[in-house]
Design a protein around this ligand. Sequence first.
Ligand code: NAD
Length: 558
Amino acid sequence: MNHPIYEPRAAFQPHGHGHTAPVRPSCPLFNTLPRADHAARSRSPRRGHQLSACAHNREQAPPPSPNSPSIHPSMGSMPEKPRHGLGSLVSGLQEVCESGVTKDLAWRRSQLKGLLRLLTEKEEEMFDVLRDDLGKHRAESYRDEIGALVKSVNHTLRNLDRWAAPEKAQAPLVSFPATALVVPEPLGVVLVFSCWNLPLGLALEPLSGALAAGNAVVVKPSELAPSTAAFLATNIPKYLDPRAVKVVLGGPEVGEQLMEHRWDKVLFTGSARIGCIILAKAAKHLTPVALELGSKCPCIVDRLDSKRDTQIAVNRIAGGKWSLCAGQACLAIDYVLVEEKFAPALIEVLKSTVKRFTATPECMARILNEKHFKRLSSYLKDRKVAASVVHGGSVNPKTLTIEPTILLNPPLDSDVMTEEIFGPILPIITVKKIEDSMKFVRSKPKPLAIYAFTRNEKLKSRIINETSSGSVTFNDAVVQYVVEGLPFGGVGQSGSGQYHGKYSFELFSNKKAVFKRSFLIEFMFRYPPWDNGKIGMLRHVFNTNYVLLLLGLIGLRR
Ligand code: NAD
């Protein structure tokens, strides 16, 4: 099937340097979000505003071709004319990479600065689209997406020269004189699939890493956050080099079509089910894939002796559940493990805190859509689960809202305890001794994150040593996401491949091994014709510590 690609008017203005490369000047954007669907969403009474850009653009958007996906209204601000298909999009990006333009450090810096300008100049629009898609409050949007991105891009800009510099490695003395280097090089053309719950962060964070590493990038935002997707499609070409960065809109069918092509790396954020499809398709081209998936993140709460410690722990638990996209986040706390005797006190503080934190409706994001609302409501319809509700539990199908809900010991074989919850329901599971919680965690697939609130250093060590997860955070929740020095990613069923900060740079780079020798010395024992003497020499070369030998020869070591 041939897809139209549209060339927008917006031309990239390089900042900070005048480097231009002889590459195709096209800026294809491939759009497949049905116009009617988006218009219907924009009219929805749940969405308090319309995107002015979209409203304006809708009039100018070209009519969809009968053989092609329809055109998203956001494209209308830029006059578009049909070009080629996805194949030509990928080959165009390959040409850009081959021209060397993306490798240039000045170009990479200009892209990161472009991202920073996008994040500062369009802050208000970003608040609008995040509220439109998910009902997020501006403060939550700034904390989890815009502010976190600004912090991360600044960190990358500060460190880029160091990360991109060749790193010296140790060369064996026997090869003297020689130099060993690890030289990072861009992978080429990479594809980023993002998810709807942090629709800006999960698109722009990997994008910034891929650009810092010198790649050309295609971003495929989630169709389930259409306002943010449209925002990205409209603004990325205005702030970043449209020759090297493309936004492709659409749903699963577009995702599958993208995966028909050869990429130098794919970073996929989403569910394990779709992750399997992506992996299977990637195998055809041996495309390496990083999978950022979900899991049930446990939170172990030890007995905390002071009221202050308990309140701080509960603030952080409530924040890591209900104030993080209403629990619709991969890092959100899924369930709490606590000793039986400490559970009643914990629940009381949790109840009063969540009431305070969600006193007004705009303090909690809303459930994404009817499908997710039904999924979450069905957990609570289970008779035994309903009996375990100790706080909240009410649902409103008209507004698609679910009250912050606390369950005490729901059945362990119920859906709410076997599936990732991804919503504002918090089960509390009691254990006899807090040490038993590790066995519980180990009995489930390895999670993306484990949280534990405790002052007990021995327990902390045991959690680190006796469990496996993408991260472990003590006495807080979710904040590890914005610690650039730490890798972000899962293990086992919660994913593979880590990014953020230097780890993003590494994820999107090839660490090329470079070894430079001279013609000065030549050992003939490494070549045939073979004899036993040569084995002896090889044995020496492989097993002798030449530094110790040298120290011995000059009398510094006996
Ligand atoms: P999803 O897996 O359905 O979709 C994610 C992306 O894949 C979207 O861009 C979508 O268009 C695309 N897609 C869907 N079907 C496809 C197909 N057949 N072929 C190619 N692409 C396809 O997203 P979801 O299930 O709504 O996401 C929720 C899950 O994502 C949860 O499990 C959550 O924990 C996880 N998640 C993980 C992270 C992380 O960083 N680890 C972050 C956010 C969400």
